[in-house]
Design a protein around this ligand. Structure first.
Ligand code: FES
Length: 121
């Protein structure tokens, strides 16, 4: 296993990301509401560069008491990343596709040492 520096602790501001190369293996590191998460930059669909996708709040379609839907709403507690190749979405915190855990991003290991954040691959 090898460690690759991401930056100083606290350097990655909330909502920011950094995609780094770890001897050719790309990993995306994200600050999601103050929590760091890291994913291998390979989409669970066909291996696209998912970590470089756009980030949105998850979109929900609430169903009323009559079983009807009227509008779409953002879920302000959840953020999804959208793969730029075919648009599959994944929860940025869990890595799961909204359709289930069967399709998920692969988590990368993070370590903190000497005031720096490292990816370990
Ligand atoms: S490779 Fe990511 S959506 Fe197809």
């Amino acid at each position: 296993m090898k460690s690759f520096v991401v930056g100083r602790v606290g350097e990655l501001a909330e909502g920011e990301r950094r995609v780094i190369s770890c001897d050719g293996t790309e990993v995306g590191v994200f600050n999601v509401d103050g929590e760091l998460v890291a994913w291998y930059n390979q989409c669970a669909h066909r291996g696209g560069p998912v970590c470089q996708g756009r980030i949105y709040h998850r979109v929900r379609e609430p169903v009323d008491e009559n079983g009807e839907t009227r509008t779409l709403q953002y879920d302000l507690k959840r953020k999804n990343i959208v793969c730029p190749w075919h648009g599959w979405e994944f929860d940025l915190r869990t890595g799961h596709h909204p359709g289930g855990e069967r399709f998920a991003l692969r988590r990368a290991r993070l370590e903190i040492a000497d005031g720096h954040v490292y990816v370990v691959v």
